[in-house]
Design a protein around this ligand. Structure first.
Ligand code: UDP
Length: 455
């Protein structure tokens, strides 16, 4: 694999699914590779590349491939299914052209690290005879569930009163499985996540952004099937092991963060007095739910910093922002890591996206889970019952978390009986997360092993 006279050990092309929650962990992994002498190029869709806010001093090269929606991105597709079909059809061709371009430039690609959401990318890697490395940005537990469905080992639809028993996982209720499994057949699913496992047997490596002790049993089980390695948590190094100097931020934001406003506001708040609320980059919260959150925050005793993306703002109650300005700040995007690391934060009301969970866990912040879709209900189950770092807010029959419930959950995390136990667990996981990526930790060693094979 070695090409004479090149200044790096190998060149990897990294292909995330075009969304914030996928770019962040794959970008962070790329930084770990670069720090070990590998050249990494991250391929974003043309649309994302034009609209993103990028750290000008990143060590990662950014290039583009077309997903067939160069002008409007995902939102311009007729339907989620239409977007994904075009992403596959146009994406495989433009990915192949990108690899050819690097051949032509004398910087051939040695390995393609592709998102598990994009299994077709393995065919492109095979076409060029380069290593195909699948990278999963969801937990090993969630992927184990998808795998069992794919193999016909878990039959759908799930019976409502069944208990799901899978190797290395705690017993799960149907509503604790990912939404595309739990609601199978009810809605056209956003993406056929089960199909991620159509060719995983052929991938050279199977990487996860989780860390070993967080999911030990299921990782061990999965390692019997494939060459599995955990390489997370995939947070900027300065929040964990501090081995990569200046790595303080992910470096690519699809929305513009209101950093100064948020941090100045937090600086003026007492320790542990603020509830941070964010539902990530994609969730479209029901208007009724939005209203319940708004009044729950308003009637609570706490200050709040709430991320409401611009496309969601119209769902806020009239005059809410002005009427609550004394105790609350609403922004369209925050510097989430800086926020979670701030001492004024008392708890995090989260949709339980895996990056958000890994971030809160690594920074020792207790959580209130309000899962929305995809893998979030499963993550919320683990967050509360397995890792013990927060609680789930109970929904009513309409699937809405009411204001009183939310208020009680925030109170429980900030001053209730469970507070000390959760805080102790949070501190334990914070330490273990740091150890995993620190010198000689499980993820650190796995990354070394991976790089040794590339070089
Ligand atoms: N994020 C951020 N600012 C915000 C909200 C989210 O920087 O105001 C980041 C967050 O730190 C995380 C990512 O966006 O890394 C969201 O990923 P997650 O898996 O939590 O949720 P998704 O957006 O994929 O649903």
């Amino acid at each position: 694999m070695e090409t004479p006279n090149r200044a790096y050990k190998a060149h990897v092309l990294v292909l995330p699914y075009p969304a914030q929650g996928h770019i962040n962990p794959m970008l962070q992994f790329s930084k770990r590779l670069v720090s070990r002498g590998v050249k990494a190029t991250l391929a974003n869709s043309v649309y994302i590349s034009k609209s993103m806010h990028k750290d000008p001093i990143s060590t990662i090269d950014i290039d583009t491939f077309s997903d067939g929606h160069d002008v409007g991105g995902y939102d311009s597709a007729e339907s989620p299914e239409a977007y994904l079909t075009k992403l596959r059809d146009v994406g495989s061709q433009t990915l192949a052209s990108l690899i050819e371009k690097f051949d032509g430039l004398g910087r051939p690609v040695d390995a393609l690290i592709y998102d598990g959401f994009l299994p077709w990318a393995l065919d492109v890697a095979n076409e060029f005879g380069i290593l195909g490395v699948v990278f999963f940005t969801q937990t090993c537990a969630v992927n184990s569930i998808y795998y069992h469905v794919h193999e016909g080992l878990l039959s759908l639809p799930l019976s409502p009163d069944s208990t799901i028993l899978l190797p290395g996982l705690p017993p799960l209720e149907p509503c604790e499985t990912p939404s595309s499994v739990y609601t199978y057949g009810l809605y056209p699913s956003f993406i056929d996540l089960v199909n991620q496992f159509c060719n995983v047997d052929k991938a050279d490596w199977v990487l996860f952004s989780t860390f070993y002790v967080l999911e030990e049993e299921v990782v061990d089980w999965m390692s019997k099937l494939w060459r599995v390695r955990t390489i997370g948590p995939t947070l900027p190094s300065m929040y964990l092991d501090q081995q990569l100097k200046d790595d303080t931020d992910y470096g690519i934001n699809l929305f513009k963060p209101h950093s100064t406003v948020c941090m100045n506001w937090l600086n003026a708040k007492p320790s542990g007095s603020v509830v941070y609320v964010s539902f990530g980059s994609m969730a479209e919260v029901e208007p009724e739910q939005m209203e319940e959150i708004a009044w729950g925050l308003n009637q609570s005793n706490y200050n709040f910093l709430w991320v409401v993306r611009a496309t969601e703002e119209a769902k806020l109650p009239n005059n809410f922002i002005n009427d609550t300005a004394e105790k609350g700040l609403v922004v369209t995007w925050s510097p989430q890591l800086e926020v979670l690391a701030h001492e004024s934060i008392g708890c995090f009301v989260t949709h339980c996206g895996f990056n958000s969970i890994l971030e809160a866990l690594s920074l020792g912040v207790p959580m209130v889970g309000v899962p929305y879709w995809s893998d979030q209900a499963t993550n919320a189950k683990f967050m509360e019952d397995v890792w013990g770092i927060g609680i789930r807010a109970k929904m009513d029959d309409k699937g809405i978390v009411r204001r009183e419930v939310l208020e009680a959950c925030m109170k429980e995390m900030i001053e209730g009986e469970k507070k000390n136990e959760v805080k102790m667990n949070a501190m334990k996981w914070k330490k273990l997360a740091k150890e995993a990526v620190g010198d000689g930790g499980s993820s650190d060693k796995n990354i070394d092993e991976f790089v040794a094979e590339l070089a």
